[in-house]
Design a protein around this ligand. Sequence first.
Ligand SMILES: *Cc1c(COP(=O)(O)O)cnc(C)c1O
Length: 431
Amino acid sequence: MLTDNITRDGNGNLFFANHNVAELAQQYGTPLYLMDEERIRGNCRMYLRAFAECFGTQALPLYASKANSFKQIYRIMKEEGMGVDTVSLGEIHTALEAGFPADRIFYHGDGKTEAEIAAALDRRVGYFIVDNETELRRVDCGARNRGMVQKVLLRVTPGIDPHTYEAVNTGSVDVKFGLPIETGQAMAFYRQALSCPGIEVRGLHCHVGSQVFDEDVFERTIDIMVQFMAQVKRELGHEVKELNLGGGYGVRYLDTDKPIDIPARIRVLSDHLKQRCREEEIALPFFLLEPGRSIVADAGMTVYTVSSVKNIPGYKKYVTVDGGMGDNPRYCLYKSPYTVLHASKKCEGGEQFDLVGRCCESGDIIQPRVCLPGDTCPGDRIAVCTTGAYNYSMASNYNRFGRPPIVMLTPEKSYLAVRRETIEDVCSHDI
Ligand SMILES: *Cc1c(COP(=O)(O)O)cnc(C)c1O
């Protein structure tokens, strides 16, 4: 199986985190998001342990909560001792409502409005990750008006091509995020930040991309960032105390994807960072990463019920389910691959189907060319694996379908973390 939290018994019944998938579908209804809580915690601990081994107390992993944001996940992050990275007041509010400590919230985004900046200052978020000069002025002004000094990291772009999809490549010079080192804008930005009395410049942030598999992407990023840190020290006399290299480690969606040993990568990365800092004669900064996908993706599974099966002779066969692009837009957006499994039968002697959704859109494809048992029929349950990241958080009400619930799985029990949206919920804002 793709991950070790997915298993089948001798009768072909699919289990996720040791729970019978078809029984969960019966109990909670479909479409249904399942989350393996132990896996989420295990992934956090993998980062926390690797950070402690490599950096002692001088590092903190932040969960990039845009990957999947709901109250219970922030409670788990608090219990595990993670920080969180947010991109909106909605995410910040959810985290605070869940009791997550404000000082470990990092606030991202390239389009923060004045009102949002004011609200986040009032909520005392730990850090702003400032994207541009307009935001810098607004944060400075807002902080001074409140008699505060706001900690910030400045977002810069190192000009790295992470060899990932265009839509998730964020480190190149010409992307919309941050200011480039290459053009000198990052240095001007830093200088300006140092002149702001309402701002405490703690350091730098960059994020080169997502679903990154290449070994050397983070090392190349470190080379450029450390060089820039040394330049900041020389030209501005300021020590960069914190370095946040963003998120991006890839996860396996298919059996053919190669696994990444994240703790090993972190060890290599930390050695490289320490060596480069020594060479440039700068102090080792407090180290931050913002993993999202690699914390939650393999902790998720989506379960559907087959609505209909259609054969167009000479062309293709379709399996249509009771969900689709509303709960998982990632194939539509990025042509993302997924592993699809029947919940009660192995696919021996299977046939090829396109797994499609119920939205009024011929592009509403969850995954083309999947192998399912030839006798798959209406009422059967279908599982899509590795949906813990960027599925619920990207879900929509297109066609006015409600979003599915999120059910958490522990070794002892299953429990509801987000309830199913009803038609009344969907209509609840209409006047
Ligand atoms: C999306 C994003 C992340 C998380 O990326 P993953 O690929 O999910 O690990 C972290 N930081 C920033 C700034 C991001 O935009």
